[in-house]
Structures are given as structure tokens and as C-alpha cells.
Ligand binder design. Structure first.
Ligand SMILES: N[C@@H](CC(=O)c1ccccc1NC=O)C(=O)O
Length: 264
């Protein structure tokens, strides 16, 4: 069966370039459209919510987050933590607050997490940064009751790594109640031969260590509700990746990601 290991680098680049799969817009237009929509949505969110912007959660340049507070600031509140995509090398928290308006009006805080993207940031450090951002929120904002994670594309990968965290290595265990993973990449090995890895410069070992489908801890992922979503026109490889993640988390003792497996 022709799995990703049988694909040429060219074919993999096609599969792992979401911009090439839109039936409506060409590959350059669609990325610009994505940037325009997220930037405008974030501007709207900043106009309608109380915010704390560029809050440092660590000493690194990129270790900052934006908080959009609930309209009614009394009492405790759940928080939606949004992790942006951009193949770990573009985009930022500064245009990642677009989900806030309907949530803050319902008493939910929204946090857009920043992290040091490549080439400055490495895969290990980005994963550590998003984990630390949650520890910071729990420690600094005791009125938070329940964390919901949302990540898009590379951000869905980072969110899945957060769900796979062994929190015994940290000071606190964040109360993650749910997650929405949108069009993520959960096995990093197929992107090694593609242009995506030019800035990331991952070795096979780094890619495997940071692949949620290979990172199933004995305790499994955080015990919470998870919605794994793909888009109608995502590439077959993107759709396969989400399917393998779901199967891995549902049936961790079965093999879903080695040569010979039906979905490999
Ligand atoms: N070079 C990629 C760009 C890309 O993947 C992307 C662009 C904007 C937001 C998210 C993206 N992908 C995953 O993080 C492409 O051509 O589709």
C-alpha cells in the first residue's frame, strides 16, 4: 500500500501545503485571506473586550500572551487558550484573538499564546513554552476554573502535545476540561523531507519525540473531551493524520503508526 513513505518529496510537499488544496482561492491568495480575516477579527476582539496584552509568562522574547477578559469580571471563569498555527515558523498571537467576541460576552476568557517560532525557536522549546504558558495562567489567575484548548494546524499539534504532558515535571496540573484540534499534524516525520523542515531543521529523533501519536504516556492524554476536526478540503495526508491521532488515543495499545499498519 502506498503510504507517505512511498511518496516523493514533491508529493509530500503537496500533501503538507494546505494552501494548495483550496477549491476557491489560489495558494497565495488564500494565505493572505487567512491573515486578513484573523487580523480583522483580532482587531474587533480588542475593541470589544477588556484585555491584557503582551503579558510575559517567561523570560524569552516570544513568551508572551494576550488575555481577553469576560465582559462580567466577577467570580470565576473558564478560559479558552488558543494556539496559533503557521507551521511553527510564521503567524503570531497578535492576530489570534479573533475567537474572543462571542466567548467573552458569555463569561469565558480567551488567551492567545505566543511562542518563539523557528528559526529562533526549536520544536522542543515551542512545546515547552506552550506547556509553561498554562502553568503561568493557573498560577497567576486563580479565578480561572477550567481550561479549554484550541489549536489550528501547527497550533493543533502544540495543543496535542500539551494534552500529552506528564505534569509531574511541573509545579501544577492545569485543569484541562476540553480541546478542539483543527487540521493538525500529529506525526512530524512525513514533513522532514519537505520545505517545512528548512526552518525547523528537525532530526528524525526530534520529530518522533514531538509527535503526539508516538507520545502516548501510560496515563494517556489528558482525560477530557477532545474534538479532532479536519476541513472538507484538507489533503488526504492531513485527514489521515487526524484519524491516526483519534485511533491512537482511543486504542493506545493497538499499532497505528508503524510500517505495516493499515493507516501508515
Ligand atoms: N506553507 C504552508 C502554509 C501553512 O501551512 C499555513 C499557513 C497559515 C496558517 C497555518 C498554516 N499551516 C499550519 O500551521 C502552505 O503553503 O500551505
Amino acid at each position: 500500500m502506498g503510504g507517505w513513505r512511498d511518496m516523493s518529496a514533491e508529493a509530500l510537499e503537496d500533501q503538507y501545503s494546505p494552501s494548495r488544496w483550496s477549491p476557491r482561492l489560489d495558494r497565495d491568495t488564500i494565505i493572505d485571506a487567512h491573515l486578513a480575516v484573523t487580523a480583522a477579527g483580532t482587531e474587533r476582539a480588542r475593541a470589544c473586550a477588556q484585555t491584557s496584552l503582551h503579558v510575559p509568562y517567561g523570560d524569552g522574547d516570544g513568551e508572551k500572551l494576550d488575555i481577553y477578559f469576560p465582559t462580567d469580571p466577577s467570580g470565576t471563569f473558564p478560559v479558552l487558550v488558543y494556539i496559533h498555527g503557521g507551521y511553527w515558523q510564521c503567524l503570531s498571537k497578535d492576530s489570534s484573538g479573533f475567537a474572543a467576541p462571542p466567548l467573552v460576552s458569555q463569561g469565558v476568557a480567551v488567551v492567545a499564546v505566543g511562542y518563539d517560532i523557528a528559526p529562533k525557536g526549536h520544536m522542543d522549546s515551542m512545546v515547552l513554552q506552550v506547556r509553561r504558558s498554562l502553568v503561568f495562567l493557573v498560577e497567576q489567575y486563580p479565578r480561572i476554573r477550567g481550561i479549554y484548548l484550541c489549536g489550528h494546524s501547527a497550533g493543533a499539534h502544540l495543543a496535542a502535545m500539551v494534552l500529552s504532558t506528564d505534569w509531574t515535571e511541573f509545579q501544577v496540573v492545569p485543569d484541562i476540561k476540553g480541546a478542539v484540534l483543527v487540521s493538525g499534524v500529529y506525526d512530524l516525520e512525513p514533513i522532514l523531507p519537505t520545505y517545512v523542515n528548512d526552518a525547523l531543521n528537525m532530526s528524525r529523533e526530534v520529530a518522533q519525540r514531538n509527535s503526539p501519536i508516538r507520545h502516548v504516556t501510560p496515563a494517556g492524554p489528558a482525560a477530557c473531551e477532545v474534538l479532532v476536526a479536519v476541513a472538507q478540503h484538507d489533503s488526504p495526508e492531513f485527514r489521515r493524520q487526524s484519524l491516526v491521532l483519534v485511533l491512537t488515543w482511543l486504542y493506545p495499545s493497538d499499532c497505528w503508526c508503524s510500517p505495516g499498519c493499515i493507516l501508515y
